[in-house]
Design a protein around this ligand. Structure first.
Ligand code: URA
Length: 200
């Protein structure tokens, strides 16, 4: 817990990439320090930058509803992003920004030791499923080194494409069964840093 708090302070002082220049607040992440489930989104938007907290805008409201649908709330899980500072105008994160920020995420995972990592959206998915298409693998868990990786669409996708809302709700509802071991999980080579460099 103390280490996670210290990590948050270190992230707030990070100047490893250009995004430090435009931020109001870095957004390290929040939630239960011993969470079984860690959600990893993309990057802070305007509201998150202002408040220094992840997923506090419209996409966050939907994420809260998704958590509620499986009997959970924010404080039961850990919510982070692959990028800790807001890209200007909410543009997509750039490859060098993702690589500069990744050690923070890796350290968060080391400290929290989640049983399951839920990737939200294609950027987060690409870190763990290089070369895969979200349309093909969303909702299919894979296990590596004792962690279950579960790719989902980004909650914001439902705000832009209404048809995805039910898909996202359906994927979320699989999570309790996967964690309880009642759904099969394939072993898969989910992380390949060499591939990650080619991704974006
Ligand atoms: N979208 C994200 O990916 N992360 C946030 O924190 C907010 C919106």
């Amino acid at each position: 817990m103390i280490e996670l708090n210290q990590l948050g302070r270190d992230i707030a002082n990070c100047r490893a990439c250009r995004l430090a220049e435009g931020r109001t607040n870095a957004v390290p992440g929040e939630g239960c320090p011993q969470a079984d489930i860690m959600f990893i989104g993309e990057a802070p938007g305007e509201n998150e930058d202002r408040q220094g907290r992840p997923f506090v805008g419209a996409a966050g409201k939907f994420l809260d509803e998704l958590l509620y649908s499986i009997g959970m709330k924010r404080g039961d899980v850990y919510i982070a992003n692959i990028i800790k500072c807001r890209p200007p105008g909410n543009r997509d994160p750039l490859p060098d920004e993702i690589l500069a920020c990744k050690p923070w995420l890796d350290r968060q995972i080391e400290l929290i030791k989640p049983r399951m990592i839920v990737t939200l959206g294609r950027f987060s998915m690409s870190l763990y499923f290089p070369g895969k298409a979200i349309g093909k693998i969303h909702g299919s868990p894979s296990s590596k080194n004792g962690i279950i990786y579960f790719p989902m669409y980004h909650p914001a996708a439902a705000l832009h494409q209404g048809g995805l809302k039910e898909v996202i709700i359906g994927d979320m509802k699989k999570i309790p069964g996967i964690l309880a071991g009642s759904k099969p999980v394939e072993d898969a080579p989910v992380e390949d840093p060499a591939q990650q460099l080619k991704l974006f």
